[in-house]
Design a protein. Structure first.
Length: 232
């Protein structure tokens, strides 16, 4: 189960690694409320609601459990799934996500307060608008809901992370939006976890659309490690 980042689609977050994963696994690529091909509804976004939506989708697909991999905000959703719905999680891969506000790099939340749609990467905007039925109004609504979700982000408690018994792999770049100290602490909080810090920024090591580096073999290397973790 792949869970994309905020303001993103499955294509923008995972297009460069999805074929590598699909060659070995049956991949469920979900797009959450107001994102990509999924319609919006008259309520705010939250990681709790996203987690419940993904759990409901898995039940609708008559699938008892899956491996979960989430990038950025998708990593926070995947974490919430492991906390709230542990029985459906075989293994957990959290990519470039923090569990407390202090885990973000300096200025992250301050900058979010003043962010406008103009700050959203153009590639993410165009990817949303290219999908039939989507329009500028929907793009603005998605941006505002994503922004509000982050501005009201509430820390998970240490005991929440300690409750995650599923084997977990935490991945991020050394120049990511989450600090390396926080990643180490997160890996200590989750009992059965492994940590991998790679050279790169937010999403470059998985080939995310606006961070991908042409010709880089890093996404392929990242998938190799993920496969090894899932298969052992």
């Amino acid at each position: 189960m792949l869970i994309h980042g905020g303001g993103s689609t499955i294509k923008t977050s995972f297009a460069n690694i999805l074929p590598l994963l699909a060659a070995h696994y049956k991949v469920i690529a979900v797009e959450l409320q107001a994102h990509g091909h999924t319609s919006d509804r008259n309520k705010p976004e939250s990681f709790t609601q996203d987690a419940n939506d993904v759990a409901a989708l898995l039940a609708w697909l008559k699938t008892d459990s899956a491996y979960f991999a989430g990038f950025s905000n998708g990593g926070q959703t995947a974490t919430e799934i492991a906390i709230r719905h542990p029985a459906i999680v075989r293994k957990l891969v959290v990519i470039s996500a923090f569990y407390t506000r202090e885990g973000a790099i300096k200025g992250f939340f301050e900058g979010m307060q003043h962010a406008t749609l103009n700050n959203m990467p153009a590639l993410l905007q165009s990817a949303y608008l290219e999908i039939p039925g989507n329009n500028q109004q929907g793009l603005q609504a998605m941006f505002e809901k994503d922004k509000e979700r982050m501005l009201h982000f509430k820390d998970w408690k240490d005991e929440d992370l300690a409750s995650i018994k599923n084997p977990s792999l935490i991945i991020a770049g050394d120049k990511d939006v989450v600090t390396t100290d926080h990643l180490v602490e997160m890996s200590r909080m989750i009992p059965n976890s492994e940590l991998m810090i790679l050279p790169g920024n937010h999403g470059s090591f998985i080939g995310e659309i606006y961070a991908a580096e042409e010709g880089s073999k890093m996404p392929e290397a990242t998938v190799t490690i993920i496969k090894e973790f899932l298969n052992k």
